[in-house]
Design a protein around this ligand. Sequence first.
Ligand code: 5GP
Length: 194
Amino acid sequence: MSDGDRMLVLSGPSGSGKSTIVNRVIAESSVKLMKMVSATTRPPREGEVDGEAYWFLSDDEFTRRRENDEFIEYEEVFSQGYWYGTLKSELARAAENSAWAFLEIDVQGALRVMDQYPQIVSIFLTTPSEEVFEQRLRDRGTESEVVIQKRLQRARTELESAHRYRHQVCNDTLDRAVAEIIEIVVSREAELNA
Ligand code: 5GP
């Protein structure tokens, strides 16, 4: 487990349809995948359940766990004062369930995880064009203009790191992107079992 076998990390601009893709890949893949629930200090959005969307932690609790070395990676995202991180206990949960650990995290976190786990299957999810991406972000309607602009800027910066992932998958149509990701995982599983 320590070298990253049966680990998958997916990144891409927020608004690129990541969560829908993650859910469908997990539901439809013949290889068992388990979504790693990140910890965060940001407050829950409407409908987000603790332990499902995230582990929602207080600042103090996050700090305590960080000092206790309980994270694989952690960082402050968007400079809004909110922290996000992947807990080691989540990887253990996947291993116990004989499942692949599926991480959906931002580029900075992913690059750090890729350094620690060289074999990890890494996928960068792109959108067909910036216009499509911006439209999807606006359609979601949950963020203010300032946050949308920040996310657009961030997405441009993140795109520059796309080549550092083993795979780049374009979310042109949902079905195709889901199928491509599943194919990547299934091929890797076959290699590991060969
Ligand atoms: P949101 O607040 O919209 O749910 O997520 C904001 C950003 O935090 C997204 O880009 C998401 O990928 C990133 N993120 C979520 N969980 C983690 C994590 O565990 N570690 C890191 N580094 N980023 C994360």
